[in-house]
Design a protein around this ligand. Structure first.
Ligand code: DX5
Ligand code: ZN
Length: 223
């Protein structure tokens, strides 16, 4: 029997009630979330605007769980220190969001934070090849970034290719999948090698009373 990986669930507060984000963070923490996934969008790198470092700072006291901050902003380098100081634990960036990805990752590590690199659907897995030694997380986007509630793009061969690359380095690297994750698509991502599932709609769709059951359904989803 194939060993079942330790699956971690990262609810995206993009799908929460923005008028009650503190409640949402406390709610998903109590409901068993492993990471708090924070989608930061600037209306430039992606066609949507969400929140900035001051909101991350305001939310930080509401949970001791890992704050997994996904930056969809360009330029990104200017804001890394602000998000680090605001309380991010993992800072994930897109390679298209700055001219010197290696330097960006160096900066994140220099701030004492875990570093992630996010691959858009059209971005090839080889993009991580020359920086994987510095990475703590690779995020495979299974939708185009910018919005919650989109349909899963089945980039399973790409997830497998990233998994093979991760297995070739001698430190742990999370393989996170983000976009369109549901109890139906989660098993596909897990089977391909993902160990961290980001989910917005699938966690928040039923309101606070549904958080625990929805997180459990994702964690236990198997083909
Ligand atoms: C998209 C974001 C995702 C998004 C996922 O740009 O990075 O984290 O919130 O939302 P769902 O789970 O609804 O696809
Ligand atoms: Zn995200």
């Amino acid at each position: 029997m194939t060993a079942v990986p330790d699956i971690r669930i990262a609810p995206s507060i993009l799908s929460a009630d923005f008028a009650a984000l503190g409640d949402a963070v406390r709610g998903i923490d109590a409901a068993g979330a492993d990471y708090i996934h924070v989608d930061v969008m600037d209306g430039h790198y992606v066609p949507n605007i969400t929140i900035g470092p001051s909101v991350v700072k305001a939310l930080r006291p509401h949970s001791k769980k890992i704050f997994d901050v996904h930056l969809m902003i360009s330029p990104v380098d200017l804001f890394l220190e602000d998000f680090a100081k605001a309380g991010a634990d993992i800072i994930t960036v897109h390679p298209e969001a700055g001219p010197h990805v290696h330097r960006t990752i160096q900066t994140i590590k220099g701030l004492g934070k875990k570093a992630g690199l996010a691959l858009n659907p059209a971005t090839p897995p080889d993009m991580i090849a020359n920086v994987i030694d510095m990475l703590d997380l690779v995020l495979v986007m299974t939708v185009n970034p910018g919005f919650g509630g989109q349909s899963f793009i089945p980039l399973l061969d790409k997830i497998r290719a990233v998994k093979t690359m991760i297995d070739g380095v001698d430190h742990p690297v999370d393989l996170q999948v983000d976009g369109g994750i549901t109890p139906e698509t989660a098993p596909l991502a897990i089977e391909a090698g993902a160990n961290v599932l980001v989910a917005g709609t699938a966690v928040f769709k039923d309101g606070p009373d549904g958080y625990a059951a929805n997180i459990k359904a994702l964690r236990e989803a198997r083909a």
